[in-house]
Ligand binder design. Structure first.
Ligand SMILES: NC(=O)c1ccc[n+]([C@@H]2O[C@H](COP(=O)([O-])OP(=O)(O)OC[C@H]3O[C@@H](n4cnc5c(N)ncnc54)[C@H](OP(=O)(O)O)[C@@H]3O)[C@@H](O)[C@H]2O)c1
Length: 317
């Protein structure tokens, strides 16, 4: 295929471009050139999707398929207009944040209600507006938390780094709550294979859910570590000002802490070819990548976690 990646210089887009090139496709990455470099073996074209004529460098080119990672409906509409009739198959990388109901467990992409689209609204509402612009012939990939080597957020990396140290581990919420995520390498590979066969429609792109207890235990086992989770409730963490996402003084959950967004029924996606690797492999590879690269540092420091564990014990006595 001649594949255009609108993006391709950061985490997921770059892996899509790299895996497509490895499968023998002729890959073009089109970005401003600010966020990073495209992978070896791909071609780079400078574009600026915020400018009315920003895709002019692609004029006259045709592609068998294109993958777009934008989160801006105006950028999407501009690309669809500028490339009209010159793209065989579109993939849009969306998010499970498009869903209106974050509480009901086991929802499916085909039937779950969406947020109202909004140009300048929340991330999820803007992604809904992007999806609408693509229409029904595109593959809409609603990714959940994307993890693994190269993940710049550290939301998963925090846990493997912490579990590798062993001991008493401060763990948020209830052990039977679900977690759900996808290794970026598996997601990228599926996007390329799905484009090859022209798959269309909305799919939730995460692995099947597991419990938080199993998540921590399986990662610790994979890392050869001995850990004892100490489950603390959200109210305690909120009282102590502990953040929920990546960044300092945060306890990044492996997933959004909403049951509906962490327990999606992905049987249709698995049937359509998404093949998640074992969690153990993702945990080991992520730790190795963090050690080699100096990885993203996020979440609680050792001292902060120890102080919170002491405060939790004091409250329980
Ligand atoms: N990370 C997660 O856990 C998660 C979860 C759910 C969904 N998602 C979705 O997954 C995708 C992740 O994509 P990603 O990892 O490749 O990272 P990204 O940060 O979304 O990448 C943005 C890409 O677009 C380019 N870009 C930004 N502004 C541009 C402009 N004005 N003109 C042209 N190009 C522009 C950037 O390069 P330049 O800056 O150099 O232009 C970069 O290559 C996104 O769609 C995100 O919404 C992520």
């Amino acid at each position: 295929m001649r594949l255009l990646v609108l993006g391709g210089t950061r985490f997921l887009g770059r892996m899509v471009a790299a895996q497509a090139a490895a499968r023998g496709h002729a890959v073009t990455c089109a970005t401003r050139g600010l966020s990073g470099s495209p992978p070896p073996g791909t071609r780079f074209v400078a574009v600026d999707r915020d400018r009315p004529d920003g895709l002019a460098a692609l004029t006259g080119e045709t592609f068998d398929a294109a993958v777009d990672v934008s989160r801006d409906p105006a950028q999407v509409r501009r690309a669809l207009a500028a490339l009209d009739g010159r793209i065989g198959h579109w993939t849009f990388v969306s998010t499970t944040s498009v869903y209106a109901d974050m509480e009901t467990p086991g929802q499916r992409a085909a039937t779950a209600p969406l947020l109202a689209p909004a140009e300048d609204g929340s991330y999820g509402a803007a992604k809904v507006a992007c999806e609408r612009a693509f229409g029904g012939s595109a593959l809409i990939v609603r990714a959940g938390l994307i993890v693994g080597p190269g993940d710049p957020t550290g939301r998963f990396g925090y846990w493997v780094a912490r579990l590798a140290r062993g001991g008493m581990v401060l763990a948020p919420a209830a052990p039977e709550d679900p977690v759900q995520f996808i290794d970026g390498r598996d997601l990228a590979g599926w996007i390329v294979r799905a484009a090859e066969r022209g798959l269309a429609g909305p799919f939730d792109a995460v692995a099947p859910a597991c419990t938080r207890r199993a998540f921590l235990a399986r990662c610790a086992d994979a890392l050869g570590s001995s850990c004892h989770p100490v489950w603390v409730d959200r109210a305690f963490l909120d009282r102590h000002g502990v953040g929920r996402e990546s960044g300092p003084y945060a306890l990044p959950l492996p997933l959004p802490d909403t049951i509906g967004d962490a327990s999606r029924d992905v049987s249709a996606t698995l049937a359509a070819g998404l093949t998640p690797r074992p969690l153990e492999e993702t945990a080991r590879d992520t730790l190795r990548w963090m050690e080699e690269s100096g990885g993203p540092v996020t979440g609680l420091t050792r001292g902060e976690e120890a102080a919170l564990l002491a405060a939790w014990r004091a409250e329980q006595e």
